[in-house]
Design a protein around this ligand. Sequence first.
Ligand code: B4P
Length: 191
Amino acid sequence: MFNLVLFGPPGSGKGTQSENIIATYKLQHISTGDLLRSEVTNRTTLGLEAKKFMDQGMLVPDEVVIGMISSRIDESGDARGFVFDGFPRTEAQALALDKLLEFKGTSINLVLSLEVEEQQLIKRLINRGASSGRSDDNEEVVTKRIKEYHAKTKPVAGYYEHQGKLVTVNGEKSVEDTFKLLSAHIGQYIS
Ligand code: B4P
């Protein structure tokens, strides 16, 4: 199996690049953002709880997200590998993911961290908010999401750097050029 974490701040292109990666390398996509938005749309108990945090630009509590990921991995059957998009976002989530994968006899192979300058992130997310109507893509909430990223998510990069798995990639190029940069690293593991 090949397991990849796509890491980076809100708006760095994790979701965008995941689409290209899963199509090219036939991996399963696990996006906590998409899973949470689906729970919100279906008005489940989990979704109604998560919405309160998402609308304020805060991370959803670890226990909620970890439980959701555990079920998603269990449902995956015989996967060639996973792309984890937007997960883990805290050190507690990173530890839980290592344990869940160990239980399946596998582990994270590579963490690709998309680097994008802050003003560019804000611009991209506000642009998306204007067309998608996503409740967490307005200037006030985006600023909070970036603050939450620096406080809770950025330290996760250190966790993987310590394991020798972290590689940083320039995420400011076009979608196509960024994909080429990511592929150069993924291609060292699978074709
Ligand atoms: P997510 O849904 O994970 O996503 P994101 O951070 O908004 O953005 P992403 O990096 O995927 O950017 P995208 O490709 O879409 O999180 C939303 C919320 O869910 C969080 O704030 C949190 O509340 C909650 N949540 C999710 N996971 C959680 C977890 N594990 N624990 C706790 N809470 C969790 O790109 C953004 C925009 O940029 C798009 O419009 C795209 O078209 C554009 N773009 C992308 N690449 C570009 C490029 N190269 N050039 C120009 N524009 C580009």
